[in-house]
Design a protein around this ligand. Structure first.
Ligand SMILES: [Zn+2]
Length: 112
């Protein structure tokens, strides 16, 4: 393995993953959830949100990011990301929506 300063910290396992912990806490997730489907969960960023319109698109199963997608997740990611970003633009009226992948999520749509 290449020793790089850009290499991310080790991935949490499912027992220590903050995303999985939030998904399994029905009381907590009910405050943030926007849309749920078999592979994906679209939710608001936890408060305080760094920017208005910041949405999180989470895989429903534990994974380390897009590199761990199975074929069904890989095929469905683009369309669901597009719908999430369109929702940000529709609700905020912003000119531009950015998508960022942080890892466990695997992606967010933010408005600027
Ligand atoms: Zn997880």
């Amino acid at each position: 393995m290449i020793d790089s300063p850009l290499r991310a910290a080790s991935q949490p396992d499912q027992a220590t993953c903050g995303v999985c912990r939030l998904h399994n806490d029905q009381d907590a997730i009910s405050h943030f959830e926007i849309h749920r489907e078999p592979l994906w969960l679209l939710r608001h960023h936890p408060l305080p949100a760094p920017l208005p319109g910041w949405l999180m698109l989470d895989a429903r199963r534990h994974l380390g990011g897009p590199i761990d997608f199975n074929p069904e997740e890989a095929a469905g990611f683009g369309p669901v990301l597009q719908r999430g970003c369109a929702l940000v633009r529709e609700l905020t009226g912003c000119d531009r929506v950015y998508a960022i992948a942080f890892g466990e999520g695997p992606a967010t749509c933010i408005c600027t």
